[in-house]
Structures are given as structure tokens and as C-alpha cells.
Design a protein around this ligand. Structure first.
Ligand SMILES: Cc1cc2nc3c(=O)[nH]c(=O)nc-3n(C[C@H](O)[C@H](O)[C@H](O)COP(=O)(O)OP(=O)(O)OC[C@H]3O[C@@H](n4cnc5c(N)ncnc54)[C@H](O)[C@@H]3O)c2cc1C
Length: 295
């Protein structure tokens, strides 16, 4: 029986970006962007669920983000996670990888005993692939990056296959261990219709309070109590709940400053056409060499 914790991130849907989405300080204006579940984190969750299917135990999912990041937590419940936690506070905003991994490591510590931590290899917004490894460092546990298969967990160790260029290697690490998972690792199970029906009303405290603000017939305390009773309350950790130093959180704790953002617009330009003849082929090669595409 193993307790797996999965780090999941809600990321901007980079396939659907329009308008000014960067703040002047170089942070992302997430409120202006459609948001999706980071793909590799979904695969990380699938691997964790497979560990539970094979050995028993439970799977907890954790995300740090703004209140609406609870959407990815509901998706985790729909896929099969047993518990989900939102880490959210204005003081966590604007975090670089150092501050993100610091807060995540404190949230993990708050969850108590664990055997495996799964993260995606990389998030599609910041793209650094640092948060997983930095979190393992802060927790003082081993890490295996680019994981693609759990071969076995036995005798206090995990045997894991990791991807390397042109092949793979198999590593053994003692538990607890943190794995960063690549998207090629496996296909993910679809949402379970039963679980969607069961968890579609799972809500955080902030979401419940907003519901009562919008509807004078609802009473906050009662709604929270009922949601808890039905097992649909998503717990939120703020700075007050975690053993964190405020100066190490959010923008205050983030030495990385994005200096400049350039919006690269790929537009169709002029095109040259070459005849499908020996002479045309020669001209094509000359043009490619001229433009330094090869040669
Ligand atoms: C244009 C741009 C450039 C940036 N450059 C840098 C930079 O050079 N250095 C820097 O430190 N920061 C940088 N940042 C900030 C960075 O996006 C944030 O620090 C972010 O919170 C974590 O980094 P990442 O997105 O690169 O995550 P990665 O390290 O790529 O994420 C790996 C995995 O860690 C887990 N994870 C990451 N974030 C969370 C979270 N909030 N909650 C739960 N799990 C999580 C997920 O499993 C994820 O798949 C940049 C941001 C932008 C917009």
C-alpha cells in the first residue's frame, strides 16, 4: 500500500492565446488566458493511479495556483484521485521555480507520510522542468527524472525505467522518491462517468463563499458543513496553514525576473515554387543554401 502525491499544474492553453497576456513585471496574466491541465501532469496522475491499482494505497493531488486552479483538482477526482488539495494565497502569486518548489515541499510535508511523489517533467508555460527536481531537493529525497514506467516497487525501493536519448535506463531508488514523468509514458484513462457525477460539485471554501455572495438564500456555514458531509470539500492551504516563511513565497521569494517578453507572430510569407525537374531541384538546393537552411 503506497501513498502517492501528484503535483499538477493548471497552465495557459498555449494553443489558444490572443491579446496581451503578460503583465509588465514579466509574470503571466493568468486571468486573461483559457486554462488547461498540464498534459504531463495528467500522465503523472495516471502512473500514480496505476501504482494504486497494482499495490493499493491512495493518491493525493496538489496544485498551487489561483482559486480557479481547483478545476484541475476536480479533473483529478474525475480520473480517480482519492484526495485533492489547493495551495492558494495572494502571497504565493508571481512565484518562480524556487518559491514554487519551496511552497509545494511545505504542502507535501503537511500531508504527512508519503512513498512516491509524481510530477510532470515540464509545465508548458514556464517550461523550466525545475520544479520537480527542486522539490525533491527541498524534501531531501531521491529523484528520477524522465520516468516512463514503474517496473516494480518492493523492499522499500522503486525500480523505474527512465527515457534517455535513443533508449532507456532502469534505476532503483529508495522510497520515498520523486519521479518526473514524460508524456510518452502511457495513455491516460478517461474520466469515469460515475466519478464525474459524484465529484462535479466538489468545491473549495473560496468557491462556496462566492456562491453564497451571489445568492442571498444560501448560508456560508451551512453550505460548507453540507459540502464536507458529502465528502466534496476541497481543502485549501494558505500561508497560515503551511510552515512557510513569507519572504520565501511568491514574488518576494523569487529572484528570477523575466527581463523581456517578445511576441513572436509566425506569418505566412512569400513563397518560391520550383519545378519537379532536375533543373528545378538544383534551384531548390541553391535557394536552401542561400537562406542558410543547409550548407
Ligand atoms: C515566460 C516565462 C519565463 C519564465 N522563466 C523562468 C525562469 O527562467 N526561471 C524560473 O525560476 N521561473 C521562470 N518562470 C516562472 C515559472 O513559470 C513559475 O515559477 C512556475 O510556477 C514553475 O515553473 P515551470 O512552469 O517552469 O514548471 P516546471 O518546472 O516546468 O514544472 C514541472 C512540474 O512541476 C509541477 N509543478 C510546477 N508548478 C506547479 C504548481 N504551481 N503546482 C503544482 N505542481 C507544479 C508539475 O508537475 C509540472 O509538470 C517563467 C515564467 C514565464 C511566464
Amino acid at each position: 500500500m503506497f501513498h502517492s502525491i501528484v503535483l499538477v499544474k493548471q497552465v495557459p492553453d498555449t494553443a489558444n492565446i490572443s491579446g496581451k497576456v503578460m503583465n509588465d513585471d514579466g509574470t503571466v496574466n493568468r486571468a486573461k488566458l483559457p486554462a488547461v491541465f498540464n498534459n504531463e501532469d495528467r500522465v503523472a496522475l495516471e502512473l500514480a493511479l496505476r501504482v494504486r491499482d497494482r499495490y493499493g494505497g491512495k493518491v493525493s493531488a496538489v496544485t498551487m495556483g489561483p482559486p480557479r486552479a481547483s478545476n484541475v483538482l476536480r479533473e483529478c477526482l474525475f480520473m480517480g484521485a482519492d484526495e485533492v488539495y489547493l495551495v492558494s494565497d495572494r502571497k504565493f502569486a508571481g512565484a518562480d521555480t524556487l518559491a514554487t518548489s519551496y511552497v509545494l515541499s511545505k504542502a507535501i510535508a503537511k500531508l504527512g507520510q508519503y512513498d512516491l511523489i509524481f510530477a510532470g517533467r515540464q509545465a508548458i508555460d514556464g517550461d523550466t522542468a525545475q520544479v520537480g527536481p527542486q522539490t525533491a531537493e527541498k524534501l531531501g529525497i531521491p529523484q528520477i527524472t524522465y520516468a516512463e514506467q514503474i517496473v516494480e516497487i518492493a523492499d522499500g525501493t522503486a525500480t523505474v525505467r527512465r527515457h534517455i536519448d535513443g533508449g532507456y535506463e532502469v534505476l532503483k531508488a529508495r522510497l520515498p522518491v520523486l519521479l518526473t514523468v514524460i508524456h510518452e509514458a502511457c495513455d491516460c484513462r478517461p474520466f469515469s462517468a460515475k466519478r464525474v457525477m459524484a465529484y462535479k460539485n466538489a468545491r473549495t471554501l473560496m468557491e462556496l463563499e462566492k456562491m453564497t455572495d451571489d445568492n442571498s438564500l444560501l448560508y456560508s456555514d451551512r453550505l460548507v458543513h453540507e459540502t464536507k458531509q458529502r465528502g466534496l470539500f476541497i481543502e485549501t492551504f494558505t500561508t497560515d496553514d503551511l510552515d512557510v516563511e513569507p519572504v520565501r513565497c511568491g514574488i518576494k521569494g523569487s529572484p528570477t525576473k523575466v527581463h523581456k517578453i517578445e511576441s513572436v507572430v509566425l506569418a505566412g510569407g512569400e513563397h518560391e515554387q520550383f519545378e519537379a525537374t532536375k533543373d528545378g531541384l538544383g534551384k531548390l538546393i541553391d535557394a536552401l543554401a542561400r537562406d542558410h537552411i543547409f550548407g
